[in-house]
Each structure stands twice: as C-alpha cells, then as structure tokens.
Design a protein around this ligand. Structure first.
Ligand code: ADP
Ligand code: MG
Length: 339
C-alpha cells in the first residue's frame, strides 16, 4: 500500500484551529479587545455592525506594529508575548497562544491599519481566508485598527449556525463588559450600528461598575478588601437585598482577567448564608491579584477557567473577607423576606 499521510495545508489547519478560538462574533470581540489591552492602549473603541456578522472593529492607541510584525501577527503560533513554555508560568498578558489573529483571518475578511510611535508611515494589510491580498503603507495614527468583516463568509455552514442578532449581540455585550470591568483604568467605547451603547472614560473600579451596570448600582455596592502574603483581594459585593434570581452579575477577575469558578462562587455564596432570599444569587465584582506563578490559565483556549495552586486558602480568604464586609456594613438578615 502506498503512503497515505499528508500534512494539511496552512489555510486548512488555520480553519480547523479557528473552530476552537472563533465560535461567534463575540469571540472576535474578546480576542481583539484583549490584544488592544496587551498592546498597552489607554483608549479602546469597539465598532460593531449587525451583531458582528458584518463587522467587528477594534481601534486602539497602543504600541502598534511594524510592517513585518503586522504580517507575522497573522501566522499561526506568532506571538510577542511568550518565548518559551516557561514563560507561561509568569504571564502578565491576556494572549500567549498566538493563534487568535491567524484563526480570525482564516474565516473572515480582515483589514488592519497600524503604526508604531517611531514609524513615519503606517501599514495597511488586507487578508481574506488566510490569504494576504495587499500590504501597503498608509497614513494612520499610532496604534492599531483591526476590522473583521463577514465572519465565516467562506464557511456557509458555520455562518448559518450563528444565532439571531439579538443573541449574538448579547454575547458581544458580555465580552465587552468583562474586559471593560477588568480594566477600569482604560477608556472604552462601544458603538453598534451607529448607536453608542457605552462610553466609558478611564476611571476607578467603582465608577466603572456603575458605568456598566447603571447609576442605581452605586448605592448597592459594599467594598471588600483583603491583603495577605499571596493574594490581594479588592472589589465590591452588592447588598443581599439586591441579589437576583438570575445569574449575570457575578464577576471574578484574576490578575485583570475575567474567570469563571464555581468553587470561588461557592465561597462568596456561603459568606452570604442566611442573608439571601430563597435561591437568589449575590452580585459581586471581585478583583484578585495573585503571583502569576501560582495560577495556571493555560487549560482552555478561551481561557475563562483557571487553576490555583492553593485553592483552599483563596476560598477561605474570600469567604472571611466578604463576611467581614457584610458585618462591617451592618448587613443583617431582613426580618421578613416576603415583604
Ligand atoms: P497572542 O495575543 O496570543 O500573542 P494573537 O494572534 O492574538 O496572539 O496576536 C499575535 C500578535 O500580534 C501579538 O502577540 C502581538 O504582538 C500582535 N498584536 C495583535 N494585536 C495587536 C494590537 N492591537 N496592537 C499591537 N500588537 C498586536
Ligand atoms: Mg491575542
């Protein structure tokens, strides 16, 4: 029998990898926003059309890219963020896999404009389905603009699989809010079909939470803070009477990265024990800073899950800090929950 194994061509490998990274327009939003943050931007603007089905664009004022880097950024495993596997244990950036841009460009039409501080002119690059269509000098400000058009234009089966605009839009808002909450010190804006949904100036955590959740949130928030040898916890919980029956206002950020953790959620809920109406879920916005060497975030491509070296201590610290805040602000069980 003759040999039958062959290497997949790059564009096919990229399309397959894209399946992991790019599920829907919101995944593109997440990757582009995180790249802008990693690039040190102080202002990040998101522009979306048709719930991201025709356009997701992120414009930042970060470091920008050189002509060569702009091209390389779209190669698979191209990253400026790690050099060896060891670096994964001391990660200070959101990205590291170097596959987001390559994946996005495999399944969309991408236009990039970018310029570094020192460069005299910028670079404009157009890529469609992993193929570079053009790269030309252009006039642009320092920073990067990446426009992702017609997601899945070359994979009709996946494009048809996208949900209604309302559903896709909800996912985009979720991703936007997570990144904006994780980085209060960066200004963010979000325009959908020419409507400005958010305009968030650079600020502190409390004002950012209020900017996103609405002015009424301010009176609900109770500060939480705790500092130990290996963790710095800061943030806010909402008073128990504002706990809702539905999920949606539970946010953990570890080293400024949004994460989901049912274990840590349990720590928070158990601190509220006896203070909540039946089955209601407390709202919280908690920022944990830990030594990057003590967490492993490299367990899932979308990186919302995390492994702590010392989970049990974090659980205990979280629970006691929240109990302390609830006590300090004299939050006691309401006498009649049914009132
Ligand atoms: P990763 O973020 O995992 O490194 P990406 O595919 O998201 O991989 O990006 C590849 C590289 O492109 C990054 O490491 C970075 O050097 C560069 N890059 C991407 N987006 C930007 C941006 N907005 N500004 C500057 N550089 C960027
Ligand atoms: Mg990235």
């Amino acid at each position: 029998m003759s040999d039958i194994i062959q290497l997949l061509p790059d564009h096919v490998a990229n399309q397959i990898a894209a399946g992991e990274v790019v599920q829907r327009p919101a995944s593109v939003v997440k990757e582009l926003l995180e790249n802008a943050v990693d690039a040190g931007a102080t202002q990040v603007n998101l522009v979306v059309k048709d719930a991201g089905k025709s356009l997701v664009q992120v414009v930042d004022n970060g470091l920008g890219m050189s002509m060569t880097d702009a091209r390389l950024a779209f190669e698979r495993h191209a990253t400026s963020k790690i050099k060896s596997a060891e670096d994964l244990f001391d990660l200070h950036t959101k990205g590291f896999r170097g596959e987001a841009l390559a994946s996005i460009a495999a399944v969309a039409q991408v236009q990039v404009k970018t310029k570094t501080e020192s460069a005299e002119v910028g670079t404009e690059l157009c890529i469609e389905g992993s193929e570079v269509k053009s790269q030309t000098p252009c006039v642009t400000k320092k920073g990067t603009s990446i426009a992702v058009k017609n997601l899945f234009y070359n994979i009709p089966a996946r494009r048809n699989f996208l949900k209604s605009n309302a559903v896709e839009q909800r996912h985009i808002i979720d991703e936007f809010q997570r990144v904006a909450l994780a980085h209060p010190n960066i200004g963010f804006s979000y325009v959908h079909n020419a409507n400005e949904l958010f305009q968030l100036p650079a600020t502190k955590a409390r004002q950012r939470i209020v900017g996103i959740m609405g002015a009424k949130t301010n009176e609900k928030l109770v500060p939480v803070e705790e500092q130990t040898d290996f963790i710095h916890l800061k943030g806010f919980i909402a008073k128990p009477e504002y706990a809702k029956k539905t999920r949606g206002e539970q946010f953990f950020f570890v080293n400024n990265r949004f994460i989901k953790s049912s274990y840590l959620h349990h720590a928070v809920s158990s601190a509220f024990e006896g203070l909540l109406r039946d089955k209601s879920i407390p709202s919280y916005f908690l920022y944990l800073d830990v030594d990057p060497k003590t967490v492993d975030i490299n367990i899932h491509p979308t990186k919302t899950e995390i492994k702590f070296e010392d989970e049990h201590s974090i659980y205990a610290i979280l629970k006691s800090a929240i109990k302390h805040s609830l006590g300090q602000f004299q939050i006691t069980p309401a006498l009649d929950f049914n009132k």
